[in-house]
Design a protein around this ligand. Structure first.
Ligand SMILES: [Zn+2]
Length: 385
């Protein structure tokens, strides 16, 4: 079988004789005399496309090195079919695979770390064997884009064993048989079975998106080529929208956002103080001697609600205190009592008021999905105030 993608990575269409076509899960498994369809391998996804207008949805290489095309409909054995590669997808893979080589190669050149994991998904994910910080990654990114501007040829060679011994190439595993070496001068020499662009200029752009610590090294996300441009465009659109919303220049939205968040925090603090004052004033209106209090509030957090409930119980000597704060679909509740064993009633209250929560003998808390009037009626009916 001739693997046409190795002879010419830019071959978009080809004709080949069908050697076999057998029914399989989801369609048919087709083997051709020659193929330009790249099978999944070396971290690079398989090609998709058509054979005589029949969709090719998967391409895999088996252990005997036979390439299988998985298609939706059967094709005639012995006949010649016309294959068309989904070129957008393939060229995107080439841009991103070559971009990955430059980045991994430069990291290896400057820091001696190995690429220990490579996955081409929506973004390209790379695991590196040693630690790098963001500034170091940006230094690598700058140099990688310089390699693009220099439009350096991407050379594919098949050196013999003697020659290989003298080539300082990167490789993830022990290689047997003919070794394919991909060389990008000043950036990388790597054993690889994938498809690559002819010259680095075709990659267009390399952008590292984010990184995190991973094992003894780091894991980072990368995009190259048209995909990088699309990504940056979406990010820019999002920035522009935020910029309009905040009336800030696009490059200053982080400063404006920080100001907004600070402002928000201040407002929340002010609100908290106001609520506290309001509750103190409310507390003053309660006279001692009441058997119970049922009070519905709004805009309180659990801590303020508990402080308020405790003040009613301890300072105003009210034996049973039921306080509520409005929330989505009902109320948050805190019920305190020095008189009633609340644990005996919590299950019944939760059942009748579509609630959840629990607690101890003296305190129960949770939420009821019910309105204030129903809650009050059920409480008065259930609890022996
Ligand atoms: Zn590769």
């Amino acid at each position: 079988m001739n693997e046409l993608f190795y002879q010419d990575a830019y071959l978009k269409e080809f004709d080949a004789k069908v050697i076999s076509c057998t029914a399989c899960k989801n369609g048919f498994d087709v083997v051709l005399e020659d193929t330009a369809f790249y099978p999944e391998g070396g971290g690079q996804p398989f090609d998709i496309g058509t054979l005589n207008d029949v969709e090719v949805f998967d391409v895999q290489r088996d252990k005997q090195d036979v390439i299988h095309h998985y298609v939706k409909e059967a094709v005639d054995i012995g006949k010649v079919v016309h294959g068309v590669i989904d070129w957008n997808r393939r060229f995107d893979c080439m841009q991103n695979h070559s971009g990955e080589h430059i980045i991994s190669g430069l990291i290896h050149k400057h820091f001696g770390y190995e690429n220990v994991g490579f996955h081409m998904g929506e973004v390209i994910q790379i695991d590196i064997s040693g630690p790098l910080n963001w500034d170091q990654l940006m230094m690598i990114e700058r140099e990688a884009n310089d390699i693009i501007y220099q439009n350096i040829p991407v050379q594919i060679t098949y050196p013999n064993n003697d020659e290989l011994e003298n080539i300082p190439y990167r490789s993830k595993k022990e290689l047997q048989g003919k070794v394919r070496i991909v060389t990008i001068e000043n950036a990388d020499i790597c054993a690889c079975c994938g498809t690559h662009v002819k010259n680095t200029g075709e990659i267009g752009l390399i952008k590292i998106l984010s990184f995190m610590k991973h094992k003894d090294g780091i894991r980072f996300d990368l995009v190259s080529g048209k995909r990088a441009l699309e990504y940056m465009r979406k990010e820019h659109d999002a920035c522009k929208e935020v910029s309009c919303l905040l009336s800030a220049k696009p490059l200053e939205i982080h400063i404006a956002t920080k100001k907004l968040l600070d402002n928000n925090l201040n407002l929340l603090n002010e609100k908290k103080q106001c609520m506290q004052k309001l509750l103190e004033m409310k507390l003053e209106t309660y006279t001692q001697g009441k058997e119970y209090v049922i009070d519905f509030e709004e805009g309180l957090d659990r801590v303020s609600l508990m402080t308020y409930a405790n003040a009613l119980l301890e300072e105003k000597k009210i034996p049973t205190v039921c306080v509520f704060n409005k929330q989505e679909n009902g109320y948050m509740y805190i019920i305190l009592s020095k008189k009633i064993n609340l644990q005996e009633y919590v299950k019944q209250l939760n059942t009748e008021l579509s609630g959840r929560g629990g607690g101890k003998k003296e305190v129960i808390q949770g939420s009821f999905q019910s309105d204030a009037e129903t809650i009050e009626n059920v409480l008065v009916k259930t609890l022996p105030f």
